[in-house]
Design a protein around this ligand. Sequence first.
Ligand code: PEP
Ligand code: MG
Length: 581
Amino acid sequence: MFKGIAASPGVAIGKVFLYNRDDSAVPRRKIKSTDVPKEIARFEEALIKTGSEIATIRNNISREMGIKHGEIFNAHLLVLEDRMIIDEVISRLRSERLNIEAAFEDVLKKYIRVFQKMDDKYLRERISDIEDVGKRLLRNLLGKKRQTLLNLPANSVVVAYDLSPSDTATMHRKNVIAFITDIGGKTSHTAIMAKSLEIPAVVGLENATGTVKNNDTIIVDGTKGLVFINPKRNILDQYLKEQKRLVKYDKELSESKSLPAETKDTHHVELAANIEIPEEIPAVIEHGAQGIGLYRTEYFYMNRPDLPTEEEHYSAYSEVASKIRPHAVTIRTLDLGGDKFLSQLKVPKEMNPFLGWRAIRLSLAKPELFKTQLRAILRASVHGKVRLMYPMISGVEELVAANKFLEEAKKELKAKRMPFDKNIEVGVMIEVPSAALIADILATKVDFFSIGTNDLIQYALAVDRVNEKIAYLYEPLHPAVLRLIKRIIDAGHSKGIWVGMCGEMAGEPAFAPLLLGLGLDEFSVPLTSILKIKKIIRSVNYDETKRLAEEALDLPSAREVEALLRKKFNDVISDTMQDQQ
Ligand code: PEP
Ligand code: MG
């Protein structure tokens, strides 16, 4: 048995699929001299195929983001056309009688070693170009597809050192019933994606990959953060029973599906869902959510070689808007960076990606990329109730700059006589402490706030949200976090706007009475939390939660706030609460 961080609730019993993202071991064999021309022909073919792939990406990027960004891929083409490299590969193939993949890999490694030793920073930075091109060419030579998580056997439990959010996105309905990772934190986007897919996940296990073998039987208890490898019969029986209990419990919960999210004394709140991909809509409706409080659009840019066009954005957003109507969907503009990367954009690696060129900062620096998305969101607004939200706003000027692009996008649509909702609501995420501290000013310039606690907590407490080593410091109930939340809600209300929360904290059942008492108007939560949160809201009195919040705000530590919560609301929260030991 292993204990890690509970990242997505539920129990799964399946077979291990060890996923090694760097598993690109290149086959190595001697060839006959008569095979040399055949190997050279394969090399030429792969060079042409790789060249045309890179040119397509370059053209797309140039079109969407400007020629300057596309030019990065010219550097890739230059590596590919480098005569010195090509000649050396061919001569090695002839002299050493190695298969072409191995000959190419050897030459590639040699060049990388040479570049690594260079003093010139510009040349050292070319290493990543050489690596990118090399991997692409090798994939083509080996006839390999980029993703290996696409066609797994049924009942697979993916075991990996780490999974990127884009890896996780490909698991959608692909026979993956759970995953576990060696590293990662509770609010990493990989963990969040697991909740969206409604599959159990445990992260931060440290050495799961070193312990399991392919096809081992594995139990993943995503509620308690436990993993069992080749379990004994009694454990297996216990978990088979637990699975049955969960099915029954979910059925009970779903009885409140069409009931409103209101307290016993009829204080009403909005209870919406967070989504990452449009395919989640049927499940959102099935769980009785009153709309989508956060649609993370960045997944739309992932797992593809090019950037989505305005028409593609438009069609995805209109589909979501029309399926969820009469409820609203809050579409958040691109939030790349941090733990969500995109190979197409070639954003340089940073020392502190969560503090770096991320979200709105990146969008403002790439007007065409940003406006393509803004136009599509505006156009989709005629198909339902669409709200627009900017991520990571840290000051008024960023909001003003983003709104300037929005106005330009509106003008462009008007010129083309394309319809959109002229009164579209525009809000900001409050997820940077500076924005929380000037919430009273921001509130005069937007229609709503949505508190992004995943980031707000990591920035306020200086705790990287994806680092399992310091996960114990990531405390949503920390007095500093509670005071920031209170400040944001009060600032919004005093200026007459509503305040929601779309960070994972809103979906943590035990925290619901406290957030209610702090005056939150909208809870936007992962699919797995909707009915649990509703159950709690419907079992409490608003007045009592207000008193709880007042008391909690005076307490000196997260531990004491949690104790107070348990003391006052234990009956209500205990059966919905995730075990956090
Ligand atoms: C947040 O930061 O709380 C949030 C909802 O945004 P994301 O998790 O996508 O950073
Ligand atoms: Mg965020």
